[in-house]
Each structure stands twice: as C-alpha cells, then as structure tokens.
Design a protein around this ligand. Sequence first.
Ligand SMILES: [Zn+2]
Length: 294
Amino acid sequence: MGKENDSVNDFSFPYSFSKRGAKKMSQLAESKGIILSSRNYKEKDKLVKIFTESAGKLMFYVKGIHRQNQPLAPALLPFTEGIYIGTFKSEGLSFITSVKDVHSFRKIQEDIFLSGYGTYLLNLVDAAIEDHQYDPHLFQFTQAALQRMDQGDDAEIITNIFEVQLLQRFGIAPIWTHCVVCGKTQGKFDYSSKYGGVLCEEHWSMDHRRYHADPRAVYFVRMFSAISYDKITGINLKDETKATIRQLIDQLYEEYVGIHLKSKKFIDQMKSWEHVLKKPDPEGESASENQKNE
Ligand SMILES: [Zn+2]
C-alpha cells in the first residue's frame, strides 16, 4: 500500500527514528506471528509484514535475506507462523533477531488453489486493520483459518466464513440471527441494506430493494456468521450453492467494504480453470445441505 512505500523511501538503515525521537523506539519483544506478505527491498534485503499476536501488524526490515545460509529465510516464507523475536517498533520498521517454533503451512504453500485462497485471506486481514493495532482475536481467527485450510477442509467455505465474520472489522455488523422486523429465526430470508439485516419471507415486501439473494445462500451466510472453525467438518456444499454464497458475499463486500484485491480476482478466475486440474467431486449431495429446512 502507498503509505508503506513512502516510509521505505525515507528510511535509512539502521538509524530510523520516529518523529518523536529515539526514546520511543526500541522494544525488545517476542510474539507469535503469521507472515502476511514480503517483498524484496534493495538487492539483498526484504520487507516482511508480520501479523503479531501481541503488537498487531508490523513491517520488518530483514537484511541479507538473499544470502545463502540466512537462518531466518524459511521463517519468512509466505504461509509460515512462528515466534518472532526482535525489536518491535511502535512506528516505522521493526527488526527480527531470531525465530523459534517455526511452522509452515505446507499444503497451502504447495497447492496453487490453496495458496490463492490463503493469499486472499491474508490480504483481507491486511486491509481490515491498521498497522500496530492489537487484535489477538483476529490473530487467532486467522491462524485457525490457515490451520483448517492446511488440514484439508474446504478452502472456499473457510474463506466464506472468514469474509462474513471479518465484516465486523470493516465496521459493519449485519443482523443475521433473526428477521429484523418480527424476530423470526426459521424459514427463508433475504438481506436488506435498509434494515441492516435479514428479513423473513413475510417481510420481504418491506424492502423492495432487498438483495433478492438465493435463500440457500442466506441460510449458509447466516450459519457462517456464527460458526467456529472447529465445527465445520462435514459441511460439504454443491458448486451451485457455493456460487450463490459467493454472489451474496460479493454483494455485501461491494456495498460495505469496497476494496478490490488482486488476490480476490485471482480466486474468481481460478474457478474457470480449476476443473481442468482437479478431479470432479464424486459425491454430489451432502448431508448438511439436505438438513436445511425450508
Ligand atoms: Zn419477519
């Protein structure tokens, strides 16, 4: 993002003082962290953004990363977590001195589809909160999403749950639990921007500009808004249903979030060629889809 580029240009290693002077700078610290992104800087160095559990997102300057035998290198790859030890700065760039308990999400790293979804997820985290913003709940949520993806749970469903629950970080909290007019919790629902939540079928007439979403999609998005990742095993959806969910979440993001990430475009395009590389799913219908009562 633009802001980071500016600070990089102003930066002169290793004496980077904040505007308020040197006093504010150094905090030797350690924290669990997840690599969000990294990019080359100058010839041999890297700028690595890490989502730390104890200090939020921080940008780290890592010198000589392209040298052979740089011990930090594997800990700074995409889809890696660990305990990062170094100087965490409240402004400007931070520094890593060592890393322990490094864990790579191998399957995500090695699978182009999974890394597509994983990248999008991490880009969303980056967009949802400011740098230095302490958010251990989002940290754990992100970690759980990556773990699940790495264990082989459905990446699309994991991503959808992530998107729906992340809306709160973008400042909106739609009411999914019940009809905003009558409080009904069962039946067919549609989303209404006017009411900031769902309307039951009886009250659809109260907003003619409601989303006109597929009731199946609303059913699952309502479920996704409250589910935790340890409950998702066994959710198995047809492509058709997934497509309607995708459409509803896209509509919500278009209206409320308004960001257009390259990684999102990539996963959308992936849809058109993934069937060429993947075998079709032999099971059509699924337990959870048949359970829904409409
Ligand atoms: Zn109602």
